[in-house]
Design a protein around this ligand. Structure first.
Ligand code: NAD
Ligand code: TYD
Length: 353
């Protein structure tokens, strides 16, 4: 079996669902269930013996040791993290605790477990760390996309904490020989995305008749990948990635934020037109910019394509259509995540906009 951390969050839950749709290999899913962890994401696995959920913290060494000994996984895939840049600006502490200290504790528990394995399982074992393109910092408009050789220049507390965890993973390989793999992926979007991130926030606010807040001039560029394509990339790297290597994951879909919001509005105009016949674009509202807002991210994924033959299945147009349709078909999921912590957070973030 494999141990997945953070498997109740956006990408982790998509990964667990995707994994069990193509494998019968069981998954132990360790998740702290922070505001971003949502067991409803995994409701379709209820009663499925291939999925074992454990609520807990990757910083809990005793729990990690117990889980590793009990389940004897052949691989660990680490998704667990605090992941929202705006939250990291308001309160960086949790990011340091989970993304740095938690990753360190996880690496140490995994190292002890791996050292105790017999020769064959020890040789076959893998630790895959899921990271982000944001560790590379911001690109000028004309600069080539990030390759794996790009300098680490993180600019936000979030990206700095992820960069630190990447360095720990690298060091645990070089110093202790731990068989690690790291993936650095561009912005994901798709089903189960918590509506504090750009795309789901725009869909949910549009449907609720609320403003669509665009930070600054809206010309910041992100490189978008449909979440299931990220999942297939992680499966491929786990299967065939070279030990100690990092792989950039992206779909060559650079777009300014305003274009994303316009695209979402056009799809909603087509699929769920406003009662007054106006476009959802009427709801766009330009608000105060994010402090230290990175201007552009872009991923060069050629290493993954060349070495491991991975390619994304979705174009941006097909992926965003599926995403908007998913939100239209799942209002109960949206209502559930909008209770409690999510509403409080939205009030804090946009109070002074
Ligand atoms: P998310 O915030 O939706 O989910 C994170 C999950 O981790 C949640 O279920 C949460 O409960 C859990 N978690 C948080 N702290 C934990 C802890 N201490 N112990 C155990 N579980 C804990 O995040 P996501 O968007 O699914 O991102 C998953 C991973 O992918 C993160 O490492 C993130 O840095 C990386 N990533 C995200 C994107 C993106 O666009 N969302 C892009 C590239 C890489
Ligand atoms: P986000 O989804 O938070 O991802 P990240 O900051 O990790 O790239 O934001 C994506 C882009 O959208 C980013 O440039 C910030 C911008 N943005 C807005 O303009 N308005 C919003 O309400 C949010 C949440 C993000």
């Amino acid at each position: 079996m494999i141990l997945v951390t953070g498997g109740a969050g956006f990408i982790g839950a998509n990964f667990v669902l995707d994994w069990l749709s193509v494998h019968d290999e069981p998954v132990v899913n360790l998740d702290k269930l922070t505001y971003a962890g949502n067991l409803h994401n995994l409701a379709s696995l209820q009663g499925d013996a291939r999925h074992v959920f454990v609520q807990g913290d990757i910083g809990d060494s005793a729990l990690l040791t117990e889980l590793l000994q009990k389940h004897q996984p052949r691989a660990v895939v680490n998704f667990a993290a605090e992941s929202h840049v705006d939250r990291s600006i308001h309160g960086p502490e949790d990011f340091i605790q989970t993304n740095i200290v938690g990753s360190f504790r996880l690496l140490e528990a995994v190292r002890a477990y791996w050292n105790g394995l017999d020769a064959t399982p020890k040789q076959d074992f893998r630790f895959l760390h899921v990271s982000t393109d944001e560790v590379y910092g911001s690109l000028d408009a004309q600069a080539p996309a990030f390759t794996e050789e790009h300098l680490y220049q993180p600019n936000s507390p979030y990206s700095a904490s992820k960069a630190a965890s990447d360095h720990l993973v690298r060091a645990w390989h070089h110093t202790y020989g731990l068989p690690v793999l790291t993936t650095n992926c561009s912005n994901n979007y798709g089903p189960l995305h918590f509506p504090e991130k750009l795309i789901p926030l725009m869909i949910v606010n549009a449907l609720a008749g609320k403003p669509l807040p665009i930070y600054g001039d809206g010309m910041q560029v992100r490189d978008w990948l449909y979440v299931k394509d990220h999942c297939s990339a992680i499966r491929r790297v786990l299967e065939a990635g070279r030990l100690g290597e990092t792989y950039n994951v992206g779909g060559w879909n650079e777009k300014p934020n305003v274009d994303i919001v316009h695209h979402v509005c056009s799809l909603l105009d087509e699929l769920r037109p406003r009662a007054d016949g106006q476009s959802y674009r009427e709801q766009i509202s330009y608000v105060k910019d994010r402090p230290g807002h990175d201007r552009r991210y872009a991923i060069d994924a050629r290493k993954l394509e060349r070495e491991l033959g991975w390619k994304p299945a979705e174009t941006f147009e097909s992926g965003i259509r599926k995403t908007v349709q998913w939100y239209l078909e799942n209002p109960q999921w949206v209502a559930q995540v909008q209770s409690g912590a999510y509403r409080d957070w939205v009030q804090t973030q946009y109070a002074n906009a």
